[in-house]
Design a protein around this ligand. Structure first.
Ligand SMILES: [Zn+2]
Ligand SMILES: [Zn+2]
Ligand SMILES: [Zn+2]
Length: 141
């Protein structure tokens, strides 16, 4: 039941973004919806299950989802970009991400909205604000 709902939602998202429905796009959207947190390309590959999309396919598919704004880059961790669905974020601001220093789990803090940083140093233009918080998650605290 839950799997079917994700499938329907993924198809609706593609339709709204006017993107053709491909097995890869549906699979990646489902993986990101199911995870509910940013994932690296490798993590997406591992979670895409029996479909076994190769790296090139995942890379190209992610690019197409990034282009239409369905997915965005949340942050870099261990030299890898982590991607998430854009529906909880605006063009200029992503919600804060909390990473546990003990278990390494990252959580989207979608309930917190921080004021946008102002008056940057001369010559700097802010396009987007992303905040990362570190500490202990409830399981480790
Ligand atoms: Zn975001
Ligand atoms: Zn933890
Ligand atoms: Zn997030």
């Amino acid at each position: 039941m839950k799997k079917l709902n994700l499938e329907i939602k993924a198809c609706e998202m593609l339709k709204a973004a006017k993107l053709y429905r491909t097995a890869g796009r549906v699979a990646i959207l489902k993986v990101l919806m199911d995870a509910g947190k940013p994932l690296s390309q490798d993590q997406i590959a591992r979670r895409s299950g029996k479909n076994h999309f190769d790296k090139v396919t995942i890379y190209r598919t992610l690019e197409s989802l990034l282009d239409v704004g369905l997915v965005h880059k949340a942050f870099i961790d261990k030299r890898a970009w982590h991607f998430e669905l854009s529906h909880n974020c605006t063009e200029t601001q992503c919600h804060p991400h909390f990473t546990c220093t003990s278990c390494g789990e990252t959580t989207c803090l979608t309930g917190i909205s921080l004021p946008m940083a102002k008056s940057p140093h001369k010559g700097f233009i802010i396009h987007r604000q992303q905040v990362r918080l570190e500490g202990l998650c409830p399981a480790c605290a």
